[in-house]
Design a protein around this ligand. Structure first.
Ligand code: IMP
Ligand code: MG
Length: 180
């Protein structure tokens, strides 16, 4: 197993085959939960874009999309903890089966902020789907309803996730080695 030249030095964690299998299973689970009801997938830009596009195609229920932008003031591997909305939804989510789609659940600050904001808009149902979860890093008591992989406290990139905007187009998920 090898990563592309632009990702030399990173350690492979999940191959694109492993990710595809897990996303397919998540799609089956979500489709079973919603049966014949349509869902609205709300992707958190930019990290969730690739996961959302694959998850949407793994669903057998009708899905529409919308996107939110958030900023946590920081470009490195540590976030400052302050969350701010940089792009709101284009359409109303009231009365819909909303699934908030996020790349990774880390401290939980981002999803705690978004959950509170979105629940106030009165969806019919509200669920969270996170491709990755780092439970050991949690600062807020929030969990995702659908989790792809639970991982240890490592900084990961690829499949939408970045390090200072790099590596989002890496098909696999890799660990960035710690400095020093
Ligand atoms: P939280 O608010 O700490 O839960 O962080 C969520 C956001 O931090 C995610 O949407 C990512 O943008 C970013 N993040 C947290 N851990 C990682 C990582 O390992 N790689 C890349 N981004 C991460
Ligand atoms: Mg993100």
């Amino acid at each position: 197993m090898s990563v592309p030249p632009f990702a030399t030095g990173l350690q492979l964690l999940f191959s694109h085959e492993q990710i595809a299998a897990r996303v397919a299973a998540m799609g089956t689970e979500i489709s079973r939960d919603f049966r014949d009801e349509p869902v609205l997938l709300l992707g958190v830009l930019k990290g969730a874009a690739i996961f959302l596009s694959d998850l949407a195609r793994a669903l057998t229920v009708e899905a529409s999309f919308d996107f939110l932008g958030v900023s946590s003031y920081g470009k490195g591997t540590k976030s400052s903890g302050e969350v701010r909305l940089t792009k709101d939804l284009d359409e109303s989510m009231q009365g819909k089966n909303v699934i908030l789609v996020e790349d990774i659940l880390d401290t939980g600050l981002t999803l705690t902020y978004l959950k509170r904001l979105l629940l106030a808009r009165q969806p019919k149902t509200f669920r969270i789907a996170a491709l990755l979860d780092k439970p050991s890093r949690r600062k807020q008591p929030i969990e995702a309803d659908y989790v792809g992989f639970s991982i240890p406290d490592e900084f990961v990139v690829g499949y939408g996730l970045d390090y200072a905007e790099r590596y989002r187009n890496l098909p696999d998920i890799c660990v960035v080695p710690r400095e020093g």
